[in-house]
Ligand binder design. Structure first.
Ligand SMILES: [Zn+2]
Length: 290
């Protein structure tokens, strides 16, 4: 069963694109001593970190927003040749319950009005475009793709772009296709849905806020990779671009989420635990999934 929450007039649903191979904790969090994981064995799988590549569908009667697009169809040599499965996983979420998902011409991807990217890493942009005869075509052809300016500026520098072929393939063509919208600062995407910078993981990393009917949710992108970081916000992933900023923004947004009662949605958390709240008990903050 997919993770799901209602926030005012929106419904947020978690969808898993792909489950990459697990990694040792020391590979993902090189600055965290092995012994420090003793308190967090319950968030590991056989002592290893298992990330999930999840995206979120945020829907109301009027809007369908996709937050990030996963790793892409693959197979992905950098991830054990595993394939992404977002398209199939989206179908039951997007189609009305009375439609036979195996016998309909209704395309779930055509319903997406906005694709919001929290940042431009490979596991967040992979289903943007498909290629036929070398020509790119959008998988979400009716959507505007929202991209944070500081990530766009950073990743399209020639020497950085060369090392990030996924940006060349999945981001660069959007401009010519007139589907991209570069945003800066706090930006209102549509009624009740906005973006807010939360940099550190990448130069332009942003979170997505849903604020509707007095209820609030924060889709945090890679501000959180692992449930242990809710209790240990100073733990930074090896891939964080600016660890000090990552730590500061994680700590500040967790404070805000707890004091103001925001739901949190974290795509790299395990299925069943991707949407939740942060609560403090006995002086320790922890994750409480819905
Ligand atoms: Zn990621």
């Amino acid at each position: 069963m997919a993770d799901r929450a209602t926030v005012g007039s929106y419904e947020i649903t978690a969808v898993i694109d792909m489950v990459p191979p697990p990694r040792p904790t020391s590979a993902m969090f090189p600055d965290v001593p092995e012994g420090a994981w003793a308190d967090y064995q319950d968030v590991l799988e056989d002592g290893q970190l298992q990330l999930y590549y999840g995206v979120f569908v945020v829907r109301s009667d009027n809007h369908t927003v996709l937050v990030d697009t996963g790793m892409g169809p693959g197979p992905h040599p950098s991830r054990g040749n595993i394939v992404g499965n977002l398209y199939e996983e989206l179908r039951p979420v997007m189609l009305p319950p009375n439609v036979d998902i195996h016998n309909t011409n209704v395309s779930p991807s055509d319903q997406v009005n906005f694709v919001i990217h929290t940042h431009l890493h490979a596991d967040h942009v992979g289903w943007n475009l498909r290629y036929s005869g070398g020509m790119p075509a959008p998988n979400f052809r009716r959507a505007r793709y929202i991209i944070p300016k500081d990530d766009y500026d950073y990743y399209t520098q020639p020497e950085i772009l060369e090392q990030n072929p996924h940006v060349q393939q999945q981001i660069m063509p959007l401009r010519r296709l007139r589907l991209q919208q570069i945003v800066e600062g706090e930006y209102e995407v549509t009624d009740g849905i906005s973006t807010m910078p939360a940099v550190g993981h990448t130069p332009g990393h942003q979170v997505v806020l849903v604020n509707s009917g007095g209820e609030k949710a924060m889709l945090v992108g890679d501000l959180l990779h692992c449930i242990a970081q809710v209790t240990e916000p100073s733990w930074c992933a090896s891939v964080d671009y600016d660890k000090a900023a990552s730590h500061a923004n994680r700590a500040a947004l967790l404070d805000k989420a707890e004091s103001e009662g925001w739901l949190i949605a974290a795509g790299h958390f395990p299925p069943g635990k991707q949407i939740g709240r942060v609560v403090t008990e006995g002086g320790k903050r922890r994750w409480q999934s819905l």
